[in-house]
Design a protein around this ligand. Structure first.
Ligand code: ATP
Ligand code: MG
Ligand code: MG
Ligand code: MG
Length: 486
C-alpha cells in the first residue's frame, strides 16, 4: 500500500466515524510565544482542551507536520542513527473534545490497524498506565479491561508515568495513555534475545506506533490533580512508522516516504545506501549520512514552505543549524564539496505536494534558499580548513589545543567532529576534555539566557528584539516571514 493511500485511509476511517478532517497547522508556530515548533498533533487544539474555545466539531482528525528538535521532545541526535526517529514527521491523529472516551478510542484504533490496514494481531502490543503512588494515581483499570477484551493479556504491558501519563506541561489537562507497539522481528531475531521486554526502548524492531491519550485530569498551579468536567481523547500515530509496518520493511527509510529521496541522493553523490549497515560499521557512516540528509531536507523544506527561512535568531536559527548539519554530513561522509541538497527539493515536492501543496507553491523559494545556505556554509567549511591548517602548523608535538578547536567551532562554526577527522588523518589529536569543558560553559551561558523548559511546552525566548508579524503576501512568489523590531 502506498503511503499516500495509508494517509488517506486513516482520514477516511475517522471521517466514517463522524470526525471532521482539518488541515495540518503550520509546523513553525508564529503566534505562540511558548512554543517554537509544533511537536504533536494536539498543539493546535490546546485551547479547546483548556476550555478556552469551541471546535467546529467535537470529533476532529488530521495529519500534522511535527518537528522535534528542541525541549522535552528533541530527537535530533537519534536521527540517522536509528531508523524510526525523524526531526520532521507526520502525526496522524483523532480527537474527541468532551465526546467519546476510552472505549471508542481503543476499539477504533484496533479496528483500523487490524481490520482496515490488516496488521497481524499477533505482532501488536499495547501498554497501559500502571499508576503512580507519589501522585495517588491508580492504574488505568478501565483501559486495561477494554484492551483485555481484544488483546491477550500477555500482550498488555504496564507502563510508568514517563511513558504512560501524558502531560501538556506544568499545568493543564493531562491523563493516562495507552501506546500501541508493533513487533517487526523475524522468528530468528526473536530467538536471539528470548524473553526480552517488549517496549520500544529495548529493541529497534519493536516500535511504538500510536499513542492514545485519555485526558481526564487537570493539573492545577499547586501541582495537584483535579478531575476534568469533560473528558477528551488525543491520539497521535507516527505516519512513517505506520508505513513501515504496512509496507513490510524494517526501517522508515525503506518506505516510499523516503526511498525516492534516498535513490536521488545516491544518484547525485555516487554513494551507496546500505540499509542493513549499523552506524558503527566501517562504512555505516555513509548510510547514516544519507538518512540524515533525507530527513533534514524534509525538516528544512517544510519549514521554508511555512514561511520560516534560515536565520541567525529563534526558529530560523534552529532551521539553519539543521540544514548545516545535513551539509556537514554530506561534506564529511559523502565527500561532497558542492551544493547538492537543493537538488532534492524537486523529488520531495513531487512526492509530497498532493498532501502538502505548499511544497509545490513554494518550491522555487525552497530551492533558492537551500542552495544559498549550502554555498555560504561550504565557504565557511573551506575557510575553516585553512584556519585549522594554521593551527596545526602552530602546534608543537601532536596534540592540538582544545581552546583552539573550540574557537574554530564557536567563532567560525567549524564542527568538532570534522576537526577531529581532519586532525586524525594527519596523525594529530586534540585536547578533547578541554574542548568539552569550553562547550559546556558555552551551553550553560546560552541555556541560562534563552531557554526555560516547562514539560511538553517549551518556553523559548528566541530573540526579544524580533517578533513575527505575518506573511508577506505582496511579494507574489513567496510567503516570506517579516519581522519588526519591538
Ligand atoms: P518514542 O518513545 O518512540 O520516542 P514518543 O512516545 O516520544 O515516541 P509520542 O509523543 O507518544 O511519541 O508521539 C506519538 C507518536 O508519534 C509515537 O507513537 C510515534 O509513532 C510518533 N513519533 C514520535 N516521535 C517521533 C519521531 N521523532 N519521528 C517519527 N515519529 C515519531
Ligand atoms: Mg520520544
Ligand atoms: Mg514513547
Ligand atoms: Mg508515546
Amino acid at each position: 500500500m502506498k503511503s499516500q493511500d495509508i494517509r488517506n485511509q486513516f482520514l477516511a476511517f475517522f471521517e466514517s466515524k463522524k470526525h471532521s478532517i482539518v488541515p495540518s497547522a503550520p509546523m513553525v508556530i508564529k503566534d505562540d510565544p511558548t512554543l517554537m515548533f509544533t511537536n504533536a498533533g494536539m498543539n493546535q487544539f490546546k485551547e479547546y482542551f483548556l476550555g478556552n474555545g469551541i471546535p467546529k466539531n467535537n470529533r476532529l482528525t488530521d495529519t500534522q507536520k511535527c518537528l522535534r528538535v528542541s525541549g522535552k521532545h528533541n530527537d535530533l541526535e537519534e536521527v540517522g542513527m536509528d531508523t524510526y526517529h525523524h526531526t520532521m514527521f507526520e502525526m496522524l491523529g483523532n480527537w474527541s473534545f468532551g465526546d467519546y472516551f476510552k472505549k471508542e478510542a481503543i476499539e477504533w484504533a484496533w479496528e483500523l490497524l487490524t481490520e482496515v490496514y490488516g496488521i497481524d494481531k499477533n505482532i501488536l502490543y499495547v501498554s497501559v498506565f500502571e499508576g503512580a503512588k507519589d501522585e495517588n494515581l491508580e492504574m488505568d483499570q478501565e483501559a486495561y479491561d477494554l484492551w483485555k477484551k481484544i488483546v491477550p493479556e500477555d500482550r498488555i504491558i504496564m507502563g510508568n508515568k514517563n511513558d504512560n501519563f501524558w502531560e501538556m506541561g506544568d499545568q493543564g489537562p493531562c491523563g493516562p495513555c495507552s501506546e500501541i507497539h508493533v513487533d517487526l522481528r523475524s522468528e530468528e531475531e526473536k530467538a536471539k534475545i528470548p524473553g526480552r521486554d517488549l517496549v520500544n526502548q529495548d529493541d529497534p524492531l519493536v516500535v511504538e506506533i500510536w499513542n492514545l491519550v485519555f485526558m481526564q485530569f487537570n493539573r492545577k498551579a499547586d501541582s495537584s490533580l483535579e478531575k476534568l468536567p469533560a473528558q477528551h481523547v488525543d491520539t497521535g500515530m507516527g505516519f512513517e512508522r505506520l508505513c513501515m509496518a504496512l509496507q513490510g520493511v524494517k526501517s522508515n527509510y525503506d518506505t516510499d516516504v523516503f526511498t525516492p529521496l534516498i535513490r536521488e541522493i545516491e544518484t547525485i553523490t555516487n554513494a551507496t545506501y546500505d540499509k542493513d549497515s549499523l552506524p558503527t560499521d566501517e562504512n555505516g557512516k555513509v548510510s547514516v549520512a544519507i538518512r540524515v540528509i533525507a530527513d533534514h531536507l524534509r525538516a528544512v523544506s517544510f519549514s521554508i514552505a511555512d514561511g520560516q527561512l534560515p536565520s541567525n535568531t529563534g526558529a530560523g536559527y534552529v532551521i539553519r543549524r539543521i540544514l548545516r548539519r545535513a551539509i556537514r554530513y554530506g561534506f564529511t561522509f559523502l565527500n561532497i564539496k558542492e551544493p547538492f541538497i537543493y537538488k532534492l527539493v524537486d523529488t520531495l515536492s513531487s512526492q509530497m505536494s498532493g498532501a502538502f501543496p505548499e511544497l509545490k507553491s513554494q518550491k522555487n523559494l525552497i530551492i533558492n534558499v537551500i542552495k544559498e545556505e549550502e554555498n555560504s556554509f561550504l565557504r565557511t567549511l573551506d575557510q575553516g580548513l585553512v584556519l585549522l591548517d594554521n593551527v596545526v602548523k602552530g602546534t608543537k608535538g601532536k596534540v592540538v589545543s582544545g581552546e583552539k578547536v573550540f574557537e574554530l567551532y564557536d567563532t567560525f562554526g567549524f564542527p568538532e567532529d570534522l576537526t577531529a577527522l581532519i586532525l586524525s588523518e594527519q596523525g594529530y589529536e586534540y585536547e578533547e576534555e578541554v574542548f568539552k569543558t569550553e562547550l559546556q560553559k558555552q551551553k550553560d551561558r546560552s541555556r541560562a539566557a534563552s531557554e526555560v523548559k516547562a514539560g511538553d511546552w517549551e518556553i523559548l525566548i528566541p530573540n526579544a528584539e524580533e517578533e513575527f508579524i505575518g506573511y508577506d503576501h505582496t511579494s507574489g512568489e513567496a510567503r516570506i516571514s517579516r519581522y519588526r523590531k519591538v
